[in-house]
Design a protein around this ligand. Structure first.
Ligand code: COA
Length: 170
């Protein structure tokens, strides 16, 4: 991963915002973040970009919970389609979680399409996200979601390698 890096996006860089929005829209169609939302979440959420050789190839956005405010929700994460399966998604998620740890985040929650094996394996096998709830028809008829949750403090305390061993043993 020596030519890959992850940055928290905190300033209004229009070119980067356009590139991140394109990545979102090429992946998520109806659910994709618009340029307006990417801009808003840079200011009022936590937005991360994954770069490979200085090229933005991934985007992740977290929202902070209202109450309790030290929990966050992973709203979106993706890696450019032609670059998947090389460890970049794992690297990206790991780096973003380390950033969240510096912000005193306690729990990370997300929802995922129950058929999205790649994402579920990434969350469960490598980081120890636990399935906590199945929400039928969450996003409309037939659009079910699996809710998963991570104890971030435990992950960062025990190390990511330990989470992998633990998940694989279950
Ligand atoms: C989920 C996603 C970010 C993973 O990125 P990636 O760069 O392909 O992931 P990695 O190469 O780092 O793989 C990490 C782990 O993910 C899982 N994984 C990745 N691709 C997989 C696949 N095709 N089938 C099964 N598991 C897979 C594996 O556990 C893998 O670890 P392993 O290589 O030790 O088996 C990527 O597939 C993606 O952008 N998907 C579309 C967007 C999306 O669905 N986001 C999640 C929304 S909730």
């Amino acid at each position: 991963m020596e030519n890959a890096r992850v940055e928290a996006v905190t300033s209004h860089d229009l070119d980067l915002i356009e590139r991140l929005t394109e990545l979102e829209q090429s992946e998520f169609d109806d659910y994709a973040l618009s340029q307006w939302l990417v801009t808003s979440f840079i200011q009022y959420g936590r937005t991360f970009a994954l770069f490979l050789d200085d090229e933005p190839i991934g985007v992740a956005v977290y929202w902070r919970n209202w109450h309790p405010s030290n929990n966050v929700y992973l709203a979106t994460i993706s890696v450019r389609e032609d670059l998947r399966g090389q460890g970049l998604g794992k690297f990206f998620l790991e780096e973003t979680l380390k950033h969240l740890g510096e912000d005193e985040v306690v729990k990370v929650r997300l929802t995922v399409d129950p058929g999205n094996t790649a994402a579920i394996n990434l969350y469960f096998d490598h980081f120890g996200f636990k399935p906590v709830k199945f929400q039928p028809h969450e996003y409309g008829q037939g659009e079910h979601r699996l809710v998963m949750e991570l104890d971030l403090r435990a992950l960062l305390r025990n190390g990511i390698e330990a989470a992998q061993v633990e998940s694989n043993a279950e």
